[in-house]
Design a binder for this molecule. Structure first.
Ligand SMILES: *Cc1c(COP(=O)(O)O)cnc(C)c1O
Length: 438
């Protein structure tokens, strides 16, 4: 512990972790046939790094996949980060009414903002959209049937499957139509006293083309109203802003789903909405009230950090242009070709002279189950991996400081400046230099 190199480790890790790494190194030296390591300090440093590697830490996303689910989906807007900081270190009025001085409700936060920016009668926020769907179905259809098209019995990824969620909610799944074509009459014919709701789930991560049909949400809402049951629409990505100016039109918007007549609209907070992980349920006041009173609402409730970040994000949507400017997901989605090229040129120019970096035309992806077929042209920085090989270089970059996740194509490692903050370029260039020289 007194050796200088080990002492230095105390600057980056708690004493207990360093002691544990030293003990582990000693134990290994005693039991290993090869005996002690060639370099104790390096062995201890490696063991310490391995102990902390599994923990959550920041990485730079150079893949160009904007809503990369494995990398934590949406980065937050500055306003949302400030809002989290403001409540994180102290107390807040989470469930306290400051006017009356008595108990308040956690569900009041975000409620008026959801109403304001979506135009819905009421709204409720829970931990995530999968939880929201579970809660909504249990609240409105427990023990009864839910009609859904066979073309929408989808898997979202990470073992979230619509048929399983419906079953676990206590509702009974009643499939209508076929994989590729479902008509209004299919729903109509299935309607009887046992049906509690009609559900539409946005396919999210794929599109169907060819011999396909599905009724307009308006028609399903009308049908549900005639039958006296709610029409539920899980739109997935939570797109609020109008991105048609940028040609991004294939995702259902929150406002469209409400205008179509959905009784409840469900969506995620951390996809195209660009906020924290959350599940939003908006729509008819009486239906939202039934959800709020359901015990699952308590089981999947949102925490204060989420509510703070979501409120600050929603607040930005009071002005669409401000939203596009300040919500990173929307900014990244709408970067111009000229901007992307300028960024790529700058990043390439910062790369060490020893690496062969060139600019390539390529494509970014939206990710996160949104705009699955969307093509986002971009400019890539392509690094010739040299003797390390592309997998070797990308591995080193993942283990670097900062950790950088890249794409690989042929013998090259590709960096997409769309998903890298400009402030990170110098650090990226330094990490590349490190990776090539270590
Ligand atoms: C992504 C998605 C969900 C799940 O959302 P989470 O917030 O990740 O739980 C549910 N439904 C649809 C249609 C989705 O696209």
């Amino acid at each position: 512990m007194h050796q200088a190199a080990v002492q230095q480790l105390l600057d980056i890790a708690p004493r207990g972790a360093v002691v544990a790494a030293v003990r582990e190194s000693l134990d290994a030296a005693r039991t290993r046939r090869a005996g002690p390591p060639d370099d104790w300090e390096e062995d201890i440093r490696d063991r310490l790094a391995r102990r902390t590697a599994a923990e959550l830490r920041p990485v730079l996303n150079a893949t160009g996949v904007i809503l990369h689910t494995n990398l934590g989906r949406a980065p937050l807007a500055d306003a949302a980060i400030r809002a989290v900081l403001a409540v994180a270190g102290g107390y807040s009025n989470l469930e306290f009414d400051l006017s009356s001085g008595s108990r308040g409700s956690r569900t009041d936060h975000c409620r008026s903002l959801l109403r304001l920016v979506t135009g819905a009668e009421d709204g409720l926020v829970v931990n995530n959209a999968a939880g929201a769907l579970l809660m909504v179905l249990n609240a409105l259809a427990d023990g009864r049937e839910v009609l859904i098209s066979r073309g929408e019995l989808i898997e979202i990824g990470g073992s979230f499957r619509i048929p399983d969620i419906i079953q676990r909610s206590g509702a009974r799944l009643r499939e209508v139509g076929t994989t590729n074509r479902t008509h209004l009459q299919d729903y109509e014919r299935a309607l009887d006293g046992g049906v509690a709701a009609i559900l539409t789930v946005h396919r999210s991560n794929f599109e169907q083309r060819g011999f396909v049909a599905s009724p307009e949400p308006e028609k399903l809402a009308e049908l549900a109203t005639r039958a006296g049951i709610p029409y539920l629409y899980d739109i997935g990505s939570g797109l609020i802003a109008d991105l048609s100016r940028w040609g991004l039109i294939s995702e259902p918007r929150v406002a469209d789903a409400l205008a179509a007549g959905a009784g409840l609209v469900l969506f995620s907070g951390d996809k195209l909405l660009g906020g924290p992980q959350a599940g939003c349920v908006i729509g008819d006041r009486a239906l939202v009230a039934r959800c709020r009173e359901n015990p699952i609402a308590r089981a999947v409730r949102a925490d204060k950090l989420t509510l703070a970040a979501l409120a600050a994000t929603l607040s930005l949507y009071q002005d669409d242009d401000a939203a596009v400017r300040s919500i990173p997901v929307l900014t990244m989605l709408t970067l111009s070709a000229a901007d992307l090229e300028r960024r790529a040129v700058r990043l390439a120019s910062l790369c060490p002279g020893s690496v062969d970096a060139s600019i390539l035309e390529g494509e970014s992806a939206v990710g996160g189950g949104a705009f699955p077929e969307g093509v986002l042209p971009t400019s890539l920085v392509a690094l010739n991996a040299g003797p390390l090989g592309p997998d070797g270089l990308s591995l080193r970059l993942r283990h670097g400081q900062p950790a950088i996740v890249t794409r690989v194509a042929g013998n090259r490692v590709l960096l997409d400046p769309r998903t890298l903050p400009e402030e990170s370029f110098t650090a990226v260039a330094n990490a590349i230099e490190q990776a090539l020289s270590s």
